[in-house]
Design a protein around this ligand. Structure first.
Ligand SMILES: [Zn+2]
Length: 109
């Protein structure tokens, strides 16, 4: 048994986008937008947003949403604005639909 030159080669992969990173970034996004996260986390999310387009767009949308909510807290929100925002949120989220199978029903022969 000889394993010459077959050692594990660590591949340096800077800025790998993984689902885990996206999940983490979106999870911390609220704190990030509040400006309440630490410098390390803020940098990590900023770097991720620069590299990850979906997360960047999501962050932009969240920021826009916050601006609307903040404005509507100070003033009276225009009629139907909240509904439109909620509608837009719902269209972006893919909801799991429950599939109902109707029982075929037995016919006694
Ligand atoms: Zn991402």
């Amino acid at each position: 048994m000889s394993a010459s030159g077959a050692g594990p080669e660590p591949e340096p992969r800077p800025a790998v986008r993984t689902a885990h990173q996206c999940r983490e970034a979106l999870y911390e996004l609220q704190v990030f937008l509040d400006g309440e996260c630490g410098v390390t986390l803020e940098q990590a999310i900023t770097v991720h947003l620069e590299e990850c387009r979906p997360c960047f767009e999501r962050a932009g949308f969240e920021r826009e949403l916050r601006a609307i909510v903040a404005a509507s807290c100070r003033e009276r929100a225009p009629e139907g604005l909240l509904d439109r925002v909620v509608l837009r949120l719902e269209t972006e989220v893919v909801w799991e639909s429950e599939i109902r199978l109707d029982p075929p029903g037995y016919r006694g022969i």
